[in-house]
Design a protein around this ligand. Structure first.
Ligand SMILES: Cc1cc2nc3c(=O)[nH]c(=O)nc-3n(C[C@H](O)[C@H](O)[C@H](O)COP(=O)(O)O)c2cc1C
Length: 467
């Protein structure tokens, strides 16, 4: 029997009121309406670090959900990820009150410019002492593209092509521009940075051009820990090349296992170790000190949830206005330009509006585990072992109650079973996950832009460093 895997857990969140479990903002104990105050985030960060969470994973959306009923009325009334504030501006405050908690923060390629985005990441990686992760997304709503001045979303696969190019340029800036010992800060010789150790990069890609020096000095991780969440065929190829943390949706451990196999194959195809990625499944957990307490809490939550809000969210994820269909009418799924992986699953299961509403009865369509500590731990272990995954993105149902319950009820049980850390590992976020140092391994494509000997890299050619 191989060694038991430690279960990784991220708090899945968003800088908004409604995130996954729509309608729960009406619950009397829910604090999510405080999302626009620093106290709310500082309090959450402290709670999560007390529970030894790996990190807080902050989703984001550029745009808003206007597919359901062809308008944004329900989106606004139920606060379905609108209003949504910038997730990156939360990080410094949470980092200031924690020492180990990681930050997996979402940024959409089409809304950023690599040259300035690379600096923002380096800044935060320095300020957090290497705790920054980036969830790379390509956008999936037309409203966001229109807001950015485009006619609509670019073609699905082309969005990933652009993302490849964005990453390539970013790697040059993060990995190739400054040598590790460029900054010497020698007062006597009046040399802060040694000019011989800072190199100009050149990039002429299909989507981006850049010339010049990275603006920031090297940060602990240089390249942030890279997360990704798309799982179409093209999405998996992208993940294989770049991602270190991959967020998938799966209805059961067998489905997760099939996705994990494909992802690890894509990673191997890109010349990397298939275990240089951690795979996370989104899950909702409602634990109780007894099974009865958990079941009662679940029933109470259902009273506040909005299945229709969940459906409106899913309309945006698939690009299909489900309000146009009768409850039992067959839905025309077709090829989506939004989240293909989510659309395909609904199509395969021939989901009607009635079935979708039932699936979204807790306001979202994530798997929900309800039970006492042992029952929840059994299920989580089953997902990890049978699903060949590494951890979970834990949705918030009632904030901060969901996290506090998990920490007080489930974590001790997992620790007793040797499945959950009892203290944090030192080092940057990457080292905490993989235990192999703060920087990307040499087998990752980004490593080819590293400086070997300070030679001029003002050409577009990789420096090909030996491992
Ligand atoms: C579990 C999961 C979480 C996601 N989270 C976000 C998000 O926070 N923001 C976003 O813009 N896109 C998000 N996406 C969309 C993906 O990043 C990607 O753009 C989309 O899935 C299309 O890729 P695919 O067709 O390869 O799945 C998510 C997708 C999945 C499956």
């Amino acid at each position: 029997m191989s060694q038991k895997k430690i279960i990784h857990v991220n708090a899945f969140n968003m800088n908004s009121v409604g995130h996954i479990h729509h309608g729960m903002w009406t619950h009397p104990r829910d604090q999510s309406h405080q999302y626009n105050t620093l106290d709310y985030w500082i309090n959450l960060a402290k709670i999560l670090e007390r529970g030894l969470f790996d990190g807080i994973f902050i989703a984001d959306i550029i745009g808003y959900y206007d597919v359901y009923q062809g308008n944004i009325d329900l989106t606004l009334r139920e606060s379905i990820q609108t209003p949504v504030n910038d997730p990156w501006l939360l990080v410094s405050a949470m980092a200031a009150v924690t020492k180990h908690l990681g930050f997996g923060v979402t940024a959409t390629i089409s809304a950023e410019t690599p040259y300035t985005f690379a600096r923002k990441i380096s800044t935060l990686d320095q300020l957090t002492n290497g705790r920054i992760g980036w969830n790379i997304v390509t956008g999936y709503v037309d409203s966001g593209a229109r807001g950015l001045g485009q006619d609509g979303l670019a073609d699905h696969d082309q969005r990933y092509d652009r993302a490849d190019d964005f990453l390539e340029l970013s790697y040059k800036l993060w990995e190739g521009s400054w040598e590790d010992d460029a900054v010497i800060a020698d007062r006597a010789r009046r040399i802060y940075t040694d000019p011989a150790k800072v190199h100009s990069i050149t990039h002429d890609g299909p989507y981006y051009r850049s010339r010049g020096y990275h603006m920031s000095e090297p940060s602990p991780q240089r390249t942030p820990l890279l997360f990704q969440a798309g799982s179409s065929g093209r999405g998996q190829r992208f993940a294989g090349q770049h991602a270190e943390g991959i967020f998938i949706n799966a209805s059961d451990p067998a489905t997760a296992r099939a996705s994990a196999k494909k992802i690890r194959q894509a990673v191997a195809d890109a010349g990397r170790d298939p275990h240089d990625v951690k795979i996370f499944v989104g899950v909702a957990v409602i634990p109780g000190h007894t099974e009865k307490e958990a079941q009662e809490k679940h029933a109470e939550y259902l009273h506040y949830a909005s299945a229709e809000g969940g459906l409106a969210h899913f309309s945006a994820s698939t690009g299909i206005d489900f309000s146009r269909y009768g409850l039992d009418e067959a839905i025309e799924y077709g090829t989506s330009n939004s989240i293909q992986s989510a659309t395909q699953v609904a199509q395969q299961n021939q989901m009607t509006r009635r079935k979708l509403l039932e699936q979204h009865k807790l306001g979202g369509r994530y798997n929900t585990i309800v039970g006492d500590a042992a029952q929840v731990a059994d299920k989580l272990e089953q997902w990890i072992d049978e699903g060949d995954i590494d951890g979970f993105n834990l949705t918030r149902i009632v904030v901060p109650e969901t996290y506090e319950d998990f920490i007080d009820i489930v974590v001790p049980e997992l620790q007793n079973r040797g499945r959950y850390r009892t203290s944090y590992t030192e080092g940057a976020l990457r080292n905490k996950f993989f235990g192999a140092g703060n920087r990307l391994p040499a087998s990752h494509g980004a490593a080819r832009w590293r400086q070997r000997d300070g030679s001029d890299t003002s050409s577009d050619q990789p420096t090909h460093i030996a491992a």
